[in-house]
Design a protein around this ligand. Structure first.
Ligand code: SF4
Ligand code: SF4
Length: 468
């Protein structure tokens, strides 16, 4: 018997208590330092001299996965867990890019109203939308999932409302017929969001809308203007006010070293709004950059993709935990920790920063569909046809089959040694590994940030335990 390699410990300030978490079982407990010492004794050898009370403690630790038979048992449990994640049928998760066009000219994005991008960018046709519905219906039949989670994304998804309505209506009917619950999300820049859109989507399973605000008013207007430079902040906030209360609204934001300091002001601003208590989540993340990280080094960000590799999906979400397109690789750093604390201090729900993965790329039943009907394992690869894993027509192309096999074999965590965060990280963002390191099996590591998020989680858990 020995302590699991997935145990994490955080000494708590008060008394001699220690927060223990096991990332594989997700067990979290606050124990006295005696219990920790007992675990360490178990590591040193058989505990034949343990008292009755100690035996009871050992039983609890064993039942919760803090003690395991040996390291091989830990490894076997990890493999089993990751296999289960991969084949999980509790949900069929589809991210559908209705268009790659965008009505913004964000400073950090190559998409949108820059040059003639929108003239070249793909937009899904109604015909492809119908074929997409047919493919999803076949998947529902084949996978028999516990639920369907359908996220509309882009580009700016609301620039192609006919496709969004067509797909949502048909899938709503298909899921009713098959008695599968359906949850719809929309990730939008918010400019075209109206009560009419929301009211039309609510009866079709609308679960949540994520809107991006990149800092306080001035900063957002600088970061996310229209092509003519006009600001968009006031209009978006007014749109949020109009729809708040009709469905779950989350606010996301993308920061860099120049804009990050404006986020506390944004949080204060949001707190003062009459819709503040209706925000389901507020979460910020670093910008996916194409250029090298600033020499100031404020944000130790590993870019998820360079311009020529992102090729399509809105950078609002790709590559880090923004909401739905990709909610997993919360690229964490000191500023992330600070913003998370500020967000919490003002009473907004946010991510804990520990439970990040494994992300969609590791799940067989999570797909991103591009406007031409190509399938991708996650939004981070959209537009890179060579990495398309299939097509809604179900036709077989050797290159797509080979891409799918490549993703099937992914195991970046194998290079992570005994890291205790593997069950909640799985080696980081594969799209980042591919774009920046040229190898999907090389981990992109933000361990230090996991560690600081863990400390916050420990103190929150300890406070919650005290309140009980
Ligand atoms: S590989 Fe990266 S971009 Fe893709 S789902 Fe995972 S974390 Fe997100
Ligand atoms: S990428 Fe880093 S934090 Fe994630 S599992 Fe690997 S070593 Fe751990």
């Amino acid at each position: 018997m020995q302590p699991s390699m997935f145990n994490l410990r955080v000494p708590l300030a008060a008394g001699d208590e220690v927060f223990l978490m096991n990332t594989l079982t997700d067990a979290q407990i606050v124990v006295s330092s005696d219990v920790v010492a007992l675990m360490d004794r178990a590591d040193a050898g058989p505990l034949g001299d343990a008292s009755g009370e100690e035996r009871e403690a050992l039983d609890v630790l064993w039942e919760n996965g803090f003690l395991v038979e040996n390291r091989d048992a830990d490894r076997r449990s990890l493999d089993q867990y990751l296999d289960e994640v991969k084949s999980d049928t509790s949900e069929l998760n589809i991210t559908l890019l209705t268009t790659l066009q965008c009505n913004f000219a964000c400073a950090y994005c190559f998409q949108g109203d820059h040059g003639d991008y929108n003239k070249r960018a793909d937009k899904m046709s109604l015909d492809t939308a119908r074929q997409t519905v047919e493919w999803m219906s076949r998947e529902l039949d084949r996978v028999q999932p516990g639920k369907l989670v359908l996220t509309f994304f882009g580009g700016e998804p609301l620039l192609n409302l006919p496709v969004m309505y067509e797909v949502a209506e048909r899938m709503w009917a298909a899921t009713r017929e098959q008695q599968v619950p359906m949850f719809v999300n929309i990730i939008t820049n918010g400019l075209l969001l109206t009560p009419e859109v929301v009211d039309r989507m609510v009866p079709l399973g609308l679960n949540g809308i994520k809107i991006t605000l990149d800092g306080d008013r001035d900063t957002h207007n600088r970061m996310r203007p229209l092509r003519g430079g006009q600001g968009t902040f006031d209009r978006i906030v007014e749109n949020v006010r109009q729809v708040a209360g009709r469905c779950r609204i989350s606010i996301g934001g993308n920061f860099d070293e120049r804009s990050v300091d404006s986020y506390p002001a944004l949080l204060e601003f949001l707190k003062q709004q009459d819709f503040a208590d209706k925000l389901a989540k507020v979460f910020f993340k670093p910008i996916v950059r194409a250029e090298p990280v600033s020499p100031k080094g404020v944000i130790p960000l590993i870019p998820v993709a360079a311009k020529d590799t992102l090729n399509g999906t809105c950078m609002t979400s790709v590559g880090s935990g923004a909401g739905a397109g990709c909610d997993s690789c919360n690229v964490l750093d000191d500023k992330m920790t600070f913003l998370r604390q500020e967000t919490r201090r003002l009473g907004f729900p946010t991510h804990d920063g520990v439970h990040n993965g494994p992300c969609h790329v590791h799940k067989q039943h999570a797909h991103t569909i591009g406007p031409d009907g190509s399938l991708y394992p996650c939004p981070g690869f959209t537009g890179q046809l060579a990495l398309s894993t299939g097509h809604i027509s179900d036709r077989h192309d050797a290159w797509r089959d080979s891409a799918r096999e490549k993703f099937d074999r992914l195991a970046p965590w194998k290079a992570c040694g005994d890291c205790a965060f593997i069950p909640v990280c799985a080696g980081g963002c594969v799209a980042a590994s591919h774009a920046q390191l040229g190898d999907m099996n090389v981990p992109t590591c933000h361990k230090r940030s996991f560690e600081s998020a863990l400390v916050a989680l420990a103190h929150a858990a300890a406070s919650a335990a005290e309140e009980k």
